[in-house]
Design a protein around this ligand. Sequence first.
Ligand code: SF4
Length: 375
Amino acid sequence: MVLFLFCGCAASPMYSFVDAFRDNQTARKLTKYIEQLSNPGRTYRIVHVCGTHEDTITKYGIRTMLPPNVEVLMGPGCPVCTVPPNRITTAIRLAEQGHTVTTYGDMIRVPAAGTSLQDAKARGHDVRIVYSIHDAVKMAEKTDKQVIHFAVGFETTAPTTASELAAGPPPNFSAYSAHLLIPPAMNALMDQGLTHVDGFIDPGHVSTIIGEQGYRSVSERHRVPQVIAGFEPLDILFSVAMILKQIQEGRGEIENSYKRAVKPEGTPRALKLLDQVFRTVDAPWRGIGVIPKSGLAIRDEYADHDAQTRFNVEEEESYEMPGGCRCGDVLTATIYPHQCPLYNTQCTPDTPIGPCMVSHEGSCHISARYGVQPP
Ligand code: SF4
């Protein structure tokens, strides 16, 4: 069991802005309020889609503070775990053709069809980890080789890809876009009945870009309570209370409890850049399948820097998980990681089997990191 420890003290000279969001007494009041708002005769399933939210929830033992009938599960919020295997095998093929392939740290370890970019690197292919796409552009400036950046991530990372492409990178640089969008995935969970959702905690980072308005399609389609939340323990508890309050009052609206960072309109400059460089396309998600209008493909105007057109990339169809791995159920908020029979036995952070244990933002890795055990 994870212990819930708040160390904030308003009287302390070291008291900071962040401590206010970790205050023990306020947390107790909020959990009491959550108890009052929840009807013991029913279950509430609240889904969030953010690795950083999952980190806070697990690290501070938020689930242990909630009434047993109020569940909070993580859905498809891990940017690395949700990349389907066919995208990874395509990136491997590009490296095998003799090009330099760059991507972010966690991505190279993610398994796909029995291999990974790390395996390709071990076989002598030029696969490199970068901290940002800008590093990959700089790399291209210093070589004659083709440098292809395997661009993954949600609305938070995609603007950096758009910015580099719009700025005119060197001719030997291109991006292979596997960027995905969060609101269509939230819709897919409900459209496809993949899991029961009583309310969404909307992701703070994504929300800074897309704003409150970015979730309108979800509320128009499903009239489900949504609360945009920050990343401190009280942010999470407060958002749970706000969702329960909406349910009690029969509302299904978008509310913003993270106004200190998220504006209703988001970040218009980033949104404009996304629209300038990308078009939305149907895209495959690991564990879910193809979700309509959930991916970002590079527009024709930037085709010179689009690896998919430049290298005539043909993607295979494959969305499978490694044998026995229930990451698909984890990504659709159907089960908690500890409900996978391989969790912390064969599959650990040191010996990961599925993508949810490979990535630091995957809920299996987060659970194992903080020592969550099956009850
Ligand atoms: S614990 Fe490992 S095998 Fe099980 S769902 Fe998570 S990643 Fe897959």
